[in-house]
Structure formats: C-alpha cells, structure tokens
Write a new protein. Sequence first.
Length: 240
Amino acid sequence: MALPKLNQHPVYNTIIPSTGQNIQYRPFLVKEQKILLMALETNDEKQVLIAINELLKNCIISKCNIDNLALFDIEYIFLQLRGKAVGENSDIKLKCTECEHEHDVKIPLAELAPEIKEVNKKIKIGEEYILNLQYPKFGNVIAAGEAKEIFSEETGKVSAIYSLAIQCLESLDTEEEKVYFKDESFEDKEEFMGSLTSSQFDEIVSFVQVIPKLEYDIAFECNKCEHKNEFHLEGMQDFF
C-alpha cells in the first residue's frame, strides 16, 4: 500500500522588490529545510547560498529566473518563505554589549523589506562610452565563487566594495555596439575596473553603497546589568 500525501500545500503571493513582479510560492518542506540546515553546518557561505538557490527553485511556483534576481530579492523572498514555513518571527540571540549576557530576541519577518532608492545606473566614461550598472545578481555571485568574500564580516571594507563593484557591471555602450560584462572573463573585468579614473570608480562606489538590503533596528535593556543596547541588523545572516 502506497503512503498517502500528507499535506495540501498552501500557496502565497509576494512581490519581487526589484521588479514588482507578483509571484506565487509555497512554504518549504522538511526535506528542503534539511538541505539548508546541512549547508549551514558547513559554515561555508557559498554552500548556504547554493542551498537557498535550490530551495527557492523548488518553492516558487510562478515562472521566475532565480539566478537573475538581485541579492536583496533573494533575501526578501527567502524570509517570506521561512516566515510561512516556520513562523512569522525569527528567534535570535544577542549579547549585551556591556556584560555579554545573552538575550532572546524576536524579529518580525513580515516587517522586513528592502528600501529601493532612486539611483543613477549610467556613468559616462569619457566622450565615447556609457557604463551601465546593475544590482548584483544572485547567480553571478555564486558562479564567481565570491559569495563568502562579499558577505563575510571578516572581509575588509575595500575588498568587499571592490568585489561588489565588479558584480555591478552590466554593460558598456560604445559607438558601435553594447558589450555585456557577463560575456567577459573575471580577469578582463578586473582590468577594465583598473583602467577607470578615481572619479569614475567613485561613481560606481556610490551605487554600491546604496544597494538595497534588509535592515532592522532593535533596542532592549539588559535584564542582568540594565544596560540599554541598540543593534542594527542587516543582511539575511543577521536574522538567524
């Protein structure tokens, strides 16, 4: 006798922040959560992102190219799935900055959404070229093997910004054609970046610094030493 299917999975809707597209999804299942937990145990950021990629491809019902979404889209959608599958709040632990006493804190996932600001995505390079920028795409970051460098707290700020800047290169308009950076090698992109003037690179950095991300401010009084704590959480990793 075949085992019955235990659950009819509910379907939910959400909006992709960068595109405004309405998509349908289902909560992730135990088998999918297991894949994510195993990736988390490796402490390898890239493996975690690969697991999230697989999970989203399984759970998103609508036609959607996960690899072409911005990183903040992935963070937002994943937390939406997590909220429906496990609970609307994420329970995390934060230490008092004064006495290091550990506190249990609840983060309301439904309140998390990236703020997308108006930003210039075109940079004039001399009189002949226009450099077009894009938000870093999820698939590109994984394929480049730079996920850990971009997200690690141990990475120097300059190195992280430089890595993100390369991921933001979308295309270059010349008088004859449009050159897409996705078709170029990483070495060629590095060489192009190195040929920019400081002012041109600063324009890219200005774009990088306003890339949307999930953020949440929380304050609490330590129940041991009564010190008033304030924390600024950002990025998917801070909410687990």
